[in-house]
Design a protein around this ligand. Structure first.
Ligand SMILES: [Zn+2]
Length: 278
């Protein structure tokens, strides 16, 4: 390493040494602040001026045995966060981003056969970031708190998508098409129920996740159309819109087994059985 400086440059696997140790520790190296890494390498081995110091022990301990010192070779630029030493978008993104704890509903919201804008609205709802009237009022806006879908209760996340009489009438038909008998509840309970009933990679699981996201998206769209445009559509129209858009998306799917259950689901959702294999 002809050019790299021991204390300031990024040659060590843990990064520049001045970031790891205090400035006072530098005095224990026994070299000048501008000393090159090549100055502590001799005959292909480390040759520290003070090999017995605790600082040198710590520096050496963090160097993997596979990293052989070469004092007479030219320095080269490598992308150290990538296993191949070359630039890689994936490893760069992984190094930059903060990876949070995986949430229970991740697989319900994000999956390869989804529709991005549906997943996005569902994601906002799961994060409780949709601008419902309940949230707008908490921000100090003076607005009518009533639910525009039913006019029966205040518009909250818990009420809007499943517990509302308008939304519930849609969800009951949706659940019936999946041969499920239950009364839709408030948001938290329906979300957890959906998470438990969308596991696996079956046609039914993917179709359910798609319909769930489509339902939340189209109900939010209807809510916004009523709030901002004053236009109202009946629940049957919204339900038909959900069915049409789900059908358009599913017709691009393929490679699912041609089982009796999948055939039945295709009939219930008016989907061509061509999406099922032979
Ligand atoms: Zn309502």
């Amino acid at each position: 390493m002809k050019v790299k400086r021991i204390w300031f440059d990024n040659w060590h696997p843990s990064g520049p040494l001045y970031k790891l140790f205090s400035n006072r520790a530098f005095a224990n190296l026994g070299t000048s602040s501008s000393a090159k890494v090549s100055s502590v390498i001799r005959d292909g081995d480390w040759n520290w001026p003070r090999p017995g110091s605790s600082l040198i022990h710590q520096i050496q301990r963090l160097i993997p045995s596979t990293m052989q010192p070469h004092g007479d070779t030219e320095d080269e630029v490598i992308w150290s966060i990538s296993p191949t030493d070359h630039y890689n978008t994936k490893y760069t993104w992984e190094a930059l981003r903060h990876r949070g704890r995986k949430v229970q509903w991740a697989a319900l919201v994000w999956f390869s056969r989804s529709v991005s804008k549906w997943s996005f609205i569902l994601w906002l709802a799961c994060l409780r970031r949709l601008a419902t009237k309940e949230r707008l009022r908490k921000w100090g806006m003076v607005i009518d708190p009533g639910c525009v879908l039913s006019s029966q209760r205040h518009e909250t996340l818990q009420h809007l998508f499943f517990a509302c009489s308008y939304s519930r009438s849609i969800w009951q038909v949706v659940l019936h098409r999946f041969q499920v008998q239950r009364t839709p509840d408030e948001w938290d309970n329906e979300l957890m129920w959906a998470v438990d009933h969308c596991r696996g990679k079956s046609f039914k699981a993917f179709l359910f996740k798609l319909v769930f996201a489509a339902g939340v998206y189209h109900l939010w769209l209807e809510r916004n159309t009523r709030v901002f445009c004053g236009q109202h559509r009946g629940a049957d129209i919204v339900l038909a819109s959900i069915g049409d858009n789900v059908r358009l998306r599913v017709c691009t799917w393929e490679h699912f087994p041609n089982s009796l259950e999948n055939q039945s689901l295709c009939r219930c959702w008016n989907i061509s059985s061509k999406v099922l294999g032979a």
